[in-house]
Design a protein around this ligand. Sequence first.
Ligand SMILES: Cc1cc2nc3c(=O)[nH]c(=O)nc-3n(C[C@H](O)[C@H](O)[C@H](O)COP(=O)(O)OP(=O)(O)OC[C@H]3O[C@@H](n4cnc5c(N)ncnc54)[C@H](O)[C@@H]3O)c2cc1C
Length: 460
Amino acid sequence: MSKISQLQNLKAGLTPGCQILTDTSDAKFVEYLKRWTDIDLMVPGAIVLPTSEYDSQKIVQWASKSSVPFVMKSGGHSEYSTIGSNGIIIDLSLYKGIEVDKTSGTATLKGSILTKDVATALAEAGYFTALGNGNTVGAIPYFLAGGASLTPSITGFGADQILSAHLITAKGELVNVTDETHPDLLYGLRGAGQFFGLVTELVIKCYPLHALGNDLGTIWAGAFVFPLSRAPEVTSVMKHLMDDDRHATAGLMMIMAPPPARNPCLVIATKYTGDPEQAPKAYKALYELQPIVANGASVPIQNANDAQDALGAKGDFKRFGIIGLHCFEQDSFLKTIELWKELVAECPDAINTSFNFKWDSRPAKKPGFESAMSLHDIRYFQNNLIWHTDAANRDKVDEYNSKSYAIMRNADKEADFVDFPPGRDGPVQRRYRGVERLARLKSLKREWDPTGVFTNQLLE
Ligand SMILES: Cc1cc2nc3c(=O)[nH]c(=O)nc-3n(C[C@H](O)[C@H](O)[C@H](O)COP(=O)(O)OP(=O)(O)OC[C@H]3O[C@@H](n4cnc5c(N)ncnc54)[C@H](O)[C@@H]3O)c2cc1C
């Protein structure tokens, strides 16, 4: 009998709502297997759906005792919540929750709670926190992996909000990770947290809505669209705007061909935090360029991502290609326009791909503690959305993405290259910067997961 077929023995010890799916042709199995991206998607031996922390611990204990490899899945937006037929997926979809504690200004997130659910529950209680721009992204993995937020200058990164966690270790023990019990492990969870265990609960810091700089709990969001031919003058205006910290501007400068017309253009998707009346002043230089489209409105923070909901759709070959940058090089960005044109000419199935430059005019707020998160000095990112449909073009599209990195990193020395933690390509020292930080994380990994149950990251 294969190890996985013995899974049914486990069921008796789990709460009745739990499910164990093993029939790969079953409609439920097929549905739970769907991911945001089809890149490297595999079919597991089983999908196990716990409904509580208790169940999750029992499943990890069973897998550990039976030496069955496993991965966890929350929102399913990464390329890593997938495993082959020798392993199982612990899918947390049936286990989720949030409790907001207004007295302490904290929230406890449970299981697979999604970003939008966290934002909504917090706003109803009069709060917000450092959430990102994907409504359907799993909130716990987002916080654990660093968390580039909509509000970095007010809150810092997602990882900076982590106050404590419940973690199921490689041995199947349930550990309460706090500043008092395991300060070292807390350091690791704040940015490298997907590599130490299964996090069932995360306590995070929240902020009253007025900390957004207005009494409405809103953020201003706008879009300015230009033909690509105007990129030289637009990027010269943007170079100054992105570096002007008198206004809290942020956003993405995107080279894309949006549907339905598919006309290649430069879309500047903007955010502004503070008094919404001041937003048009902050973007005055863009309005003066007379874009084809210029719109903007104040949006409740919990709805700030709703306009991009289509981005959360499952399937196709998708990936965010993200690197940190130390400055904006206008000439380099203009070269990536030519590269993007070549890409869509050679791979028409990649028409949804956009090469994007992300900025924050103000630096991220630094927390009063050290952690695995090392990107507080980075205000600029190349933030490409890779999206294509033809499997035959997989390598080619990735090559174009890598070429765009090389162009944008033109001004940097290799030793200064910065990678974004949720991606797992490239040398680990680019994601966890600093010799001391990396040594500390590697030592933590050896202590808590020496055999690589939760990936070999930090062991190599
Ligand atoms: C549309 C979109 C928008 C995004 N926006 C942002 C953004 O604004 N800012 C930002 O920083 N990132 C952003 N990301 C990246 C995203 O935060 C990470 O990829 C995140 O890890 C995805 O979490 P998930 O639960 O959706 O994915 P999953 O694939 O379910 O999980 C991601 C990883 O975490 C592991 N994992 C799952 N649950 C747990 C758990 N409970 N404990 C420990 N490990 C677990 C999985 O095994 C996997 O390795 C975005 C991604 C997408 C696709």
